[in-house]
Design a binder for this molecule. Structure first.
Ligand code: IMP
Length: 418
């Protein structure tokens, strides 16, 4: 029987999904992105070589895996071409391996300008977006004036659509944001040029998805994390897509019954990039140590990530939102040097998103290296206890533990394909 697995970040993104997808892709024939865009940053380290993916699914480094970009993803042609170039320069073949839904909406250059102008205008209350044009592109999708890849079939109609949408963007840029406008003719020409280069990857993904999910294991790779979901996250400090299970369904069009397992990807502590509530945040030396030892710098924007103890309340919410069956725990090695480790188990949130009555549990650290450990029994006893405590608090099994950045630094407790 084939097993189709959803992999979803349990908190605010950067949980290490890319690596887990890459590890599981050994046993898969398909890997699918279903929402977000090149705001994501998935870091893969293989034989010491680092590859950072933003838009292309993390299964791409495997020869036998078909990588699919679902209709829920917003695509910047510039970013896509850049990523294709990077992969091809590493001799990774994409023909017959990369497929992009013709229903994907575009991120236009003016979307990026609007994103940046909007954030600037918000000043202190800005969201802290990645500045990639994600929000404005989804806005246009919902407003029913977006441009889709399928529109390139008829360049005459496309030109009208681009002129219309960009007239609107330029009106906003000039009159509302007081910013320079974007040249419509040049944009159109460059889009058509760029499309020609990626056209061979653009298809109706539905038959391929049905075929793959019928025949063997397919991974559905979430981007960002559950608390950045436009509906269920810490609104307005969220991204503009459904980062939760629901996003998989709308972002690919496949039937929910085809998904056999939902794997929550969770870091052994919590991080967040950008603004917004973060109850277990540590604005002290411990937070600094987590950031330094964990290399907590955004893979997309290079921004420092905010750090705090693991937030179990968020995890429980995420389990419900995403029907999570099991957990992949990442970066446990970052906790190796802490004498005491805390877990945030509860708090109240007021109307201003200020957390009150924050409750923690504390355990003794293990003060030994866990880097590269591949068997649960070889973890220090207190690290084992930490894992078991998370399992008992969340009532979910921990199926995998990542013990370092490399593909091989992994404890596979359970074969989730069985
Ligand atoms: P946007 O997705 O660029 O609109 O940014 C909205 C919020 O989501 C900001 O707080 C970003 O920092 C955050 N965000 C977007 N993509 C990621 C990601 O891949 N990892 C972590 N945070 C992200």
């Amino acid at each position: 029987m084939s097993k189709n697995i959803l992999l979803i970040g349990t908190h605010w993104g950067d949980e290490g999904k890319g690596k887990i997808v890459d590890v599981l892709a050994d046993n898969a024939i398909g890997c699918v992105r279903f929402q977000g865009g090149h705001n994501a940053g998935h870091t893969l380290v293989i034989d010491g070589e680092t590859t950072i993916l933003h838009l292309i699914p993390s299964g791409i480094l495997h020869d036998n895996v078909k990588s699919i970009i679902g209709n829920g993803v917003v695509v910047s042609l510039d970013a896509l071409l850049q990523e294709i170039d990077d992969l091809e320069s590493k001799n990774i073949i994409l023909d017959n391996k990369l497929f992009i839904s013709e229903l994907c909406h575009l991120i236009l250059p003016s979307h990026k300008n609007l994103d940046i102008a909007k954030e600037e205008k918000l000043g202190k209350s800005s969201i802290g977006t990645t500045g990639r044009g994600i929000g404005p592109s989804y806005e246009d999708k919902v407003a029913r004036r977006g441009i889709r890849l399928i529109d390139f079939r008829n360049t005459k109609i496309l030109k009208d659509k681009i002129s219309n949408i960009m007239d609107y963007h330029n009106f906003l840029l000039k009159n509302y944001y007081n910013q320079p406008i974007v040249d419509v003719e040049k944009t159109f020409e460059s889009l058509v040029d760029n499309y020609e280069k990626i056209k061979k990857f653009v298809i109706d993904i539905k038959p391929l998805l049905l075929n793959l999910t019928n025949s063997s294991n397919v991974l559905f790779e979430g981007a960002q994390g559950a608390m950045l979901d436009i509906d269920h996250g810490t609104y307005p400090y969220v991204t503009s897509s459904n980062t939760t299970f629901a996003g998989l369904l709308s972002g690919t069009g496949i039937n929910v019954n085809r998904i056999n397992y939902s794997l929550g990807i969770m870091k052994a502590y919590t991080t967040r990039v950008g603004n917004g509530p973060f109850p277990s945040e540590l604005l002290n030396e411990i937070g600094d140590n987590l950031a330094n030892w964990g290399g907590e710098v955004g893979a997309t924007t290079g921004r420092a990530r905010r750090c705090g103890w693991l937030d179990i309340k968020v995890l429980k919410n995420s389990i419900e939102l995403n029907s999570i069956n099991g957990i992949a725990l990442t970066k446990i090695d970052v906790l190796d040097k802490f004498e005491k480790i805390k877990i945030c188990i509860d708090y109240d949130m007021d109307d201003n998103y200020t957390a009150r009555n924050i409750k923690f549990m504390e355990i003794n650290g293990w003060m030994k290296s866990t880097v590269g450990v591949t068997k649960f029994n070889n973890l220090p006893k207190n690290a084992q206890k930490y894992v078991e405590l998370i399992e008992s608090l969340s009532e979910r099994p921990i199926d995998l533990i990542s013990t370092g950045p490399s593909r091989n630094d992994i404890i596979e407790i359970k074969d989730i394909f069985v």
